[in-house]
Ligand binder design. Structure first.
Ligand SMILES: [Zn+2]
Length: 136
């Protein structure tokens, strides 16, 4: 298991948009995940299922089995779909201009949404310059 520290990943430019005409440039640290990383992460999630023969002996039996099945499947599904991980994101909000460090890191969704701490607008993170918007 390779643990990649946030400092080892260089910052790159991303763009923040909201349902309006302006976009801002922000700085993000993004780790692209390989198919092998996703596969081994998914298998680790499914490895929880190995606990089933143990928990099945704990009353009330069936609920434990269902919980372990569900948690293992959810973790495996999350890893399998984690194509990129957002380690950090900072920049100005395109709506109100507040410079901030965004907290919504982790598994990157496409589109990835973050919320401005100041104006509470939902912002979208773009890894390429969005078309049809003007830089603020
Ligand atoms: Zn804002």
């Amino acid at each position: 298991v390779s643990v990649q520290s946030a400092e080892a990943v260089p910052e790159r430019t991303v763009w923040l948009t909201y349902p309006g005409p302006e976009a801002t440039e922000a700085k993000a640290r993004i780790v692209e995940r390989s198919a092998q990383w996703r596969r081994s992460g998914a298998l680790k999630g499914l490895a929880l299922w190995l606990l089933i023969p143990v928990v099945v002996f704990v009353p009330p039996h069936i609920p434990w089995v269902l919980i372990v099945l569900a948690v293992g499947a959810i973790r495996a599904w999350g890893r399998w779909n984690e194509h990129a991980t957002l380690l950090s994101l900072r920049g100005p909000c395109p709506k109100c201009g507040t410079d901030q460090q965004f907290a919504e890191t982790g598994r990157m969704k496409f589109p990835h949404k973050v919320t401005c701490a100041s104006c509470r607008w939902d912002l979208q993170v773009h890894v390429a310059p969005p078309a049809g918007v003007t830089s603020r």
